[in-house]
Ligand binder design. Structure first.
Ligand SMILES: Cc1ncc(COP(=O)(O)O)c(C=O)c1O
Length: 385
């Protein structure tokens, strides 16, 4: 059989592959610790699980509107309208099968074959692959995003940009001044923007994460905000995300979703409604504080490691560390050897477009984090001392 030429341009997800390999090793009896995944180890809060059980009992198990149940779209629209001080209507919301599919349907409806899309590095692994999947061309400047790189990409023909703050993999949150400059630069272009805000509620700064729309609300017509319940409410398996954008973009993305998945899982949507309506606020705050405590713990443990350099993450649940070594580093090979020799799974920086780095997740339990760092330290010292 002759397969799609386009599909061969995509790389498999290294994050999912390593997590699967670690699980397989554990099943085979190896003592394996995974600090690789992007999901908290908490159970989904009880009020959310109860809402799902109630939806099942009430027979809410059929197809829903393809862009999501009205109740959830209304709740998302009013929650984000309050948050940003801007109005979104339920028709400008598409509930998707996870934030990932939300990004996919937005990209699918925004690009034409050969269109360039700016993706600043380090980037979340799936952005370039999603852009390629729909025939676009990811543009990844060597340096991070600045007003110069943005304007340079725009004058070189880039039609859109995907931003993600707090960042996966680095937990980076820009300052207000940086975000304001970026917003001004974007306003000088015609680019559309996907703002992936999935970690927005996991910001450890009192000031929160500055947003493009805080500085340039008039960009709203061409900004699509993407978020969801996966990370904040420990609901990764429920597969609910949402996009807020213009009527036109939402309509087109909704049509794409209708023909590819019909709708997100009905039960999960009723569960997500409980989250968005704030019925699990106590649990959400507790999970957040636990993650903050783990961030402080991992940073103080890593501070003693001379072979790693990193900036303290201001959001999300990852430390993105540079390996301090005189020799050239293949981070994928580093992580494979680490998994084989020490039974520790972390993710190579090359998957995020940043060779020489590794991403360590602190969404795992405290004991796993401590033991994981002991193993990483042992491995580093064996290799570089
Ligand atoms: C930056 C970023 N965006 C989107 C997603 C996808 O979220 P979801 O599980 O809701 O599809 C992830 C998950 O790892 C992520 O890290």
């Amino acid at each position: 059989m002759k397969y799609s030429a386009n599909i061969h341009t995509l790389s498999p997800s290294v994050t999912l592959r390593l997590a699967a390999q670690a699980k397989e090793m554990a099943r085979a009896g190896r003592d394996v610790i995974s600090l690789s995944t992007g999901q908290p180890d908490f159970p989904t809060p009880a009020p959310i699980r109860e809402a799902a059980a109630k939806a099942i009992s009430a027979g809410k198990t059929g197809y829903t509107a393809s862009s999501g149940i009205r109740e959830l779209r209304e709740a998302v629209a009013s929650s984000y309208s309050r948050r940003r001080g801007l109005g979104w209507t339920p028709d400008q919301v598409v509930v998707s099968c996870g934030a990932k599919y939300g990004i996919a349907i937005l990209v699918a409806s925004a690009i034409n074959p050969g269109d360039k899309v700016l993706i600043p590095r380090p980037y979340w692994v799936s952005y370039p692959e999603i852009v390629r999947a729909f025939g676009g061309v990811p543009v990844v400047p060597a340096e991070g995003i600045t007003t110069d790189t943005l304007l340079g990409a725009a004058s070189d023909g880039a039609v859109g940009v995907i931003l993600n703050y707090p960042s996966n993999p680095s937990g980076y949150v820009p300052s207000s001044a940086e975000m304001s400059d970026l917003a001004d630069a974007i306003a000088e272009t015609d680019m559309w923007i996907i703002s992936d805000d999935i970690y927005e509620d996991l910001t450890y700064l009192d000031s929160g994460t500055p947003h493009l729309l805080d500085f340039r609300p008039e960009l709203k017509e061409r900004v699509a905000v993407v978020s969801g319940v996966s990370k904040t409410y420990s609901m990764t398996g429920w597969r609910i995300g949402y996009c807020l954008c213009s009527d036109e973009w939402a309509g087109l993305a909704g049509v794409f979703q209708a023909h590819t998945t019909s709708n997100p899982c009905s039960i999960s949507q009723w569960a997500a409604l409980a989250a968005v309506e704030g019925r699990a606020e106590k649990e959400r705050r507790k999970m957040f504080e636990t993650l903050r405590g783990r961030r402080d713990m991992i940073c103080s443990l890593l501070a003693e490691e001379k072979f790693l350099e990193y900036d303290k993450p201001d959001g999300a649940f990852y430390v993105f560390a540079r390996i301090v070594s005189d020799s050239a580093l293949d981070s994928a090979e580093f992580c494979s050897e680490l998994l084989e020799e020490e039974g520790l799974a972390i993710i190579p920086g090359s998957s995020f477009g940043a060779e020489g780095f590794v991403r360590i997740s602190f969404a795992a339990g405290e004991e796993d984090i401590r033991e994981g760092l002991r193993r990483l330290g042992r491995f580093l010292h064996r290799r570089y001392d």
